[in-house]
Design a binder for this molecule. Structure first.
Ligand SMILES: N[C@@H](CCC[C@H](N)C(=O)O)C(=O)O
Length: 335
């Protein structure tokens, strides 16, 4: 038997699977298949999810996180997911601060005070950061760095910033009308199908500046489509905010980033050589699921024993009291 958790950060939802329960970890092909079966919105478990967070042993850290998108592609990082992995490993090991291994870096994570009664929170490091074309990667756009740049091949007037953190993000600051309009979906679909500009796809975020240090962000995700929130996207967007709007944002200052699934806090640091971002937000477990490992591999949910934790009601109470819920609800209608 294996036990999974259904988790979310800002309603960006995942199945968390600790593979140390198995005698040997799954192959990448098995993990991609399990992810596609579990997360499918129609045939998956509990209405599906945006991806799977797989945990394996990694000496010198509390564990390794592997992120698989719902389409079976592997992601370089996941910020909302890392908070839930941080919570899982914190509860498993009893540690409050530690490192989680990913393919690109060992990332510092820490337990934080609850956001509200029954809403556990964790902070996670988002890094490494790069603007280099080969790290995103991008090509055929006539530039070798995209910071506040009009890209006529993508949109006639929006100014874009492209940042790998290390997964790829393309960001534009937009008006409320453009935020609610059809450009985000059009650009997200174009750049995540076969295209000459971002050959491996890219997460596309449109953000509205609400105030000093305050944003509303919406993301069309690589390998997924629209999500309620993208943690690495909100982290990269905060860095883009500081670089492109220095009168409204600054390094080492706490930002609030609202999103369709809730809100997070972000702090961007720069020591002259490198950038890194602290992402702070909820790590919510909505259910635990126990099933035979053979059933998990076969995508057979009939023997799954599901236990709802009750945390979702507390999370919903928390977000219902947030500002900008009307905007969030309007954006998610019909998606
Ligand atoms: N939602 C995630 C990002 C997940 C990975 C993304 N789809 C990719 O392929 O880069 C987050 O919270 O960061």
């Amino acid at each position: 038997m294996v036990t999974l958790q259904k988790v979310h950060g800002s309603e960006n939802s995942f199945f968390l699977f600790d593979e140390t329960q198995l005698t040997q970890p799954l192959t990448n092909t098995q993990l991609a298949t399990v992810t596609q079966q579990l997360t499918n919105a129609e045939t998956g478990l509990l209405g599906g999810a945006d991806g799977v967070l797989a945990i394996t042993a990694a000496p010198g850290t509390a564990g390794k996180m592997t992120v698989v998108n719902t389409d079976g592609s592997f992601a370089k990082l996941c910020g909302n997911g890392l908070r839930t992995v941080a919570r899982y490993l914190s509860e498993k090991t009893g540690q409050a601060t530690f490192k989680v291994h990913t393919d690109f870096a060992d990332l510092a994570v820490a337990r934080q005070p609850q956001l509200a009664e029954g809403v556990p929170a964790y902070s996670v490091e988002i890094s490494p950061v790069s603007f280099a074309p080969q790290d995103l990667p991008f090509a055929n756009l006539g530039v070798d760095r995209i910071v506040d740049t009009v890209l006529p091949a993508i949109h006639p007037s929006l100014k874009f910033t492209a940042i790998a953190v290390p997964n790829p993000h393309l960001i534009a600051f937009v008006s409320p009308e453009v935020l609610a309009g059809s450009d985000l979906e059009r650009i997200g679909k174009m750049l995540n199908a076969k295209n000459p500009y971002f050959p491996e796809g890219v997460n596309v975020t449109f953000a509205e500046i609400l105030d000093k240090d305050t944003l509303f962000a919406r993301t069309y995700e690589r390998g997924v489509g629209f999500t309620n929130a993208c943690g690495t996207g909100m982290s990269a967007t905060t860095l883009a905010f500081i670089l492109t709007h220095p009168e409204e944002a600054a390094f080492d200052r706490v930002n609030t980033v609202y999103n369709p699934g809730g809100m997070v806090k972000t702090i961007v640091h720069h020591d002259g050589e490198r950038y890194w971002i602290e992402l702070i937000g909820n790590a919510t477990v909505t259910a635990t699921i126990t099933l035979p490992d053979t059933a998990l591999l076969a995508g057979d949910w009939q023997q799954a024993e599901i236990h709802a934790t009750g945390e979702q009601a507390e999370y919903e109470r928390f977000i219902d009291a947030l500002p900008h819920r009307k905007l969030a609800n309007t954006l998610t209608e019909g998606v």
